[in-house]
Design a protein around this ligand. Structure first.
Ligand SMILES: [Zn+2]
Ligand SMILES: [Zn+2]
Ligand SMILES: [Zn+2]
Length: 316
């Protein structure tokens, strides 16, 4: 079967799975939609592979071949096709545009749902369908020269549009309600919009009742009604909001963006904000003993830096 048919059928089956709504079908929906979009991306690479190159752009391995004197061709080798990271790199070097941020959201849900969320509901997966719809709409038109409705078929496309509308409306409602709270931390404010219900996996959480301060704010899941207190969600929100910075710090070296708070003990001290997003502690960032500037990972021992804390007796 050809790649494009495969891509389309995966997405169509995924949307049918979503509509069926049972937990096994919802798990299958995420897998199929994720796989379908990746295949659609590969189709764009396939179309750009020169004739006689053994589909070079979708092959994981590329070989140089001598095609005559002074004539070198690059051809695909083996059967293995590109993985997500390779698709991303080739899109970048070839100038093919795709919304990777939305794709990463789908990939995150795919990685999470199978392990958590015992009571998975449609609400939890609606965001995946919405992200998929937005990716396909632009990618089909811009990179495949196709009308998405014709590509996926009327039935699937209509269903995706409907889910997206409902999801975005509800998302907006949640975000508006969340904006009314004084979060006192930019990281926390952006992070609470990204966390999920621990019960059903829905990302649609909003304040359970009107309150002005984040410390009095209980979040409630729109889907199943479960609630979460700041003790449970602040650390997760900070981790979500600063996920990219933490990733860069880990891979390229550099300072961690957040660390353990010396006062409340949660991993919620946001270094750039010089404040714990959970308890509001504004711990000293200069060591009281040796005067060096402490990193986020040393904040737990504030007012002493990691070294002076270890050598405590000398400072007394
Ligand atoms: Zn829930
Ligand atoms: Zn704290
Ligand atoms: Zn020190």
């Amino acid at each position: 079967m050809d790649l494009l048919t495969n891509a389309i059928e995966s997405i169509q089956i995924g949307v049918d799975d979503f509509r069926a709504g049972s937990r096994p079908r919802l798990l299958s929906a995420v897998r199929n939609i994720h796989a379908g979009i990746l295949l659609l991306f590969k189709e764009a690479l396939l179309r750009r592979s020169p004739p006689g190159s053994n589909e070079v752009l979708i092959k994981a391995r590329i070989e140089a071949r001598l095609d005559g004197p002074d004539q070198i061709a690059f051809v695909g080798a083996g059967r293995k096709t590109v993985d997500t990271q390779q698709v991303r790199e080739r899109f970048k070097s070839l100038g093919i545009a795709a919304d990777w941020k939305l794709f990463d959201q789908i990939a995150d849900v795919r990685n999470e749902v199978e392990h958590y969320f015992p009571h998975l509901t449609q609400d939890a997966i609606a965001g995946v369908v919405a992200s998929a719809m937005l990716i396909v709409r632009n990618f089909a038109a811009n990179e495949l020269g196709a009308e998405p409705r014709e590509l996926l078929g009327q039935k699937t496309w209509e269903a995706m549009l409907q889910v997206t509308d409902l999801y975005q409306e509800e998302r907006k409602r949640c975000d508006q309600a969340l904006t009314l709270i004084a979060w006192e931390s930019e990281a926390l404010e952006s992070g609470v919009k990204q966390i999920r219900c621990q019960h059903c996996g829905s990302g649609l959480l909003k304040p359970a009742e009107a309150s002005s301060s984040y410390s009095d704010t209980t979040l409630q899941c729109r889907g199943c009604g479960s609630t979460r207190e700041p003790d449970s969600y602040v650390a997760e929100a900070i981790a979500e909001a600063l996920d990219w910075e933490a990733h860069v710090a880990m891979t390229d070296g550099g300072e961690e963006p957040y660390g353990e708070c010396p006062d409340c003990g949660l991993v919620t001290y946001v270094y750039a904000e010089r404040r714990c997003a959970h308890c509001g502690e504004t711990a000293a960032t200069e060591c009281a003993c040796c005067g060096t500037t402490m990193s986020a990972s040393e904040m737990a021992s504030s007012p002493l830096c990691g070294w002076c804390d270890y050598m405590k007796s000398k400072c007394d």
